[in-house]
Design a protein around this ligand. Structure first.
Ligand SMILES: Cc1cc2nc3c(=O)[nH]c(=O)nc-3n(C[C@H](O)[C@H](O)[C@H](O)COP(=O)(O)OP(=O)(O)OC[C@H]3O[C@@H](n4cnc5c(N)ncnc54)[C@H](O)[C@@H]3O)c2cc1C
Length: 395
């Protein structure tokens, strides 16, 4: 009988892992806390090794069809004049601010989900409440009252994972990035730029409008500040907070705030990296943001989630039932990639979301310089994060 595996979390990491586990012959069940598949979210970047994994799943072409085709990123001033421009194809390593494959989170999650549900069983509206392991397997108690045994559990519940805290209590040392963000969709207008536009004002506030699909733009608001527990607030309080912070600001911000009042696609987070010294405990293993969230600042979270699912499933198949060996190999392959992905200095949000008028002027000057051909080449190809970090194994 094939080993039975519970995957918890039906987003990018969970669905990729489920697809590959089922392909490797495991019996896979996925449980998702939300009552139905979660659409929504703004652009994510799929780079390097993750493109290769999608190709091996036969999904890369589908993903490109849903690409937002953003042409690049502009830093703009109060008058919407371009201060600095980075074209999508500028970087030979596809590591600039706009990736070759920019896609809405909901679209890429949906593409992988549609493929995974052909092979794995999905249940929505439930979550793990208790986990007990013995030598032979894992006994799981769900919130619904259901009880079941599995040979393994894969936790892919994202940055705030509940099961991670049950199985690895106190082991996550979050690294707060001092940036609070809100992302949502808003209607586009004729004349909106095909380039992402990044605008900064004082007191650490900034906004981005990004090209999207289906008559929409992606709106991003960010505030550089120390965290004060905002991620635990009710959504309505989070909206009120963002509204109050940006009230009175210029550029496109009145339009953005007006759209925020109408949207039901509101994503809010206080950015923190997940730092775990180990990713497995017995027969329970973490993957995706639950294991190593690098934050959207790194531009590589979705790439790591896709590659992590592929490697985890492959190593489990390769180890023929020796779970410990598989989890060791998974860490050996993924650790260096994750480490590089998480390597975002904490000074970055302070530099990119300045507080003083002088800081904004300085940042724009630096961006202007960085966008000149010589400096851009140097930055993109010498210092940028490498999304082709691993020699992707063939399992
Ligand atoms: C609705 C949504 C919108 C997002 N929007 C953006 C965005 O605009 N930009 C960006 O950069 N990143 C966004 N992200 C985060 C991004 O998807 C991840 O950083 C990255 O792709 C890694 O994915 P992941 O599967 O590890 O985690 P996530 O995408 O966070 O997925 C975790 C999944 O687990 C589910 N879950 C949580 N707790 C439990 C539980 N206890 N039991 C079962 N299921 C559980 C969640 O509902 C979710 O479906 C968004 C995530 C979500 C869920």
């Amino acid at each position: 009988m094939p080993a039975s595996i519970l995957v918890t979390g039906a987003s990018i990491a969970g669905n990729t892992t489920a697809w590959w586990l089922a392909k490797q012959g495991f019996d896979v069940e996925v449980v998702e806390h939300a009552p139905a598949f979660r659409d929504g979210g703004q652009n994510v970047d799929v780079r390097g090794n993750a493109r290769e994994v999608l190709r091996r799943m036969g999904l890369e072409e589908l993903a490109f069809q849903r690409s937002t085709r953003e042409q690049g990123t502009d830093w703009v001033d109060e008058d919407d004049s371009v201060v600095a421009r980075f074209e999508a194809g500028d970087s030979e390593t596809d590591s600039g601010p706009t990736a070759e494959l920019e896609i809405r989170r909901g679209d890429i999650a949906r593409i992988i989900y549609d493929a995974a549900r052909q092979r794995a069983a999905f249940r929505f509206g439930d979550r793990i409440e208790g986990v007990e392991q013995d030598a032979a397997g894992v006994a799981v108690r769900f919130e619904s009252g259901r009880q079941a045994r599995y040979d393994m559990v894969v936790v892919a519940e994202g940055v705030g994972s509940h099961t991670r805290e049950l199985v690895f209590p106190g082991e996550n040392e979050p690294r707060w990035m001092d940036l609070t963000i809100a992302y949502f969709s808003m209607p586009s207008r004729p004349g909106d730029s095909p380039y992402a536009r990044q605008y900064n004002t004082v007191d650490g506030r900034g906004a981005t409008l990004k090209r999207s699909l289906d008559g929409q733009l992606g709106a991003y608001l960010g505030i550089q500040k120390k965290p004060e527990g905002e991620n635990e607030w009710p959504v309505e309080d989070q909206r009120r907070f963002i509204e109050a912070q940006f009230a009175g600001d210029g550029w496109e911000i009145p339009r953005i705030l007006e759209a925020m009042r109408q949207t039901d696609d509101f994503y809010f987070d206080v950015l923190r990296q997940v730092r775990m010294a180990r990713w497995s405990d017995g027969r329970v293993v973490l993957t995706g943001d639950a294991a190593w969230c690098p934050t959207p600042l790194a531009g590589i979270g979705t790439t790591l989630a896709i590659v992590g699912g592929y490697v985890l499933a492959g190593e489990l198949a390769r180890a023929s039932g020796d779970t410990a060996r598989a989890f060791d190999a998974y860490e050996r392959v993924m650790r260096p990639f994750v480490k590089e992905g998480q390597n975002v200095p904490k000074i970055v949000p302070r530099l990119l979301w300045p507080h003083s008028r002088a800081g904004v002027t300085l940042m724009r000057g630096a961006m202007h310089l960085a966008a000149t051909p010589v400096v851009k080449h140097l930055i993109n190809n010498s210092f940028a994060r490498d999304a082709n970090h691993i020699d992707l194994p063939n399992y």
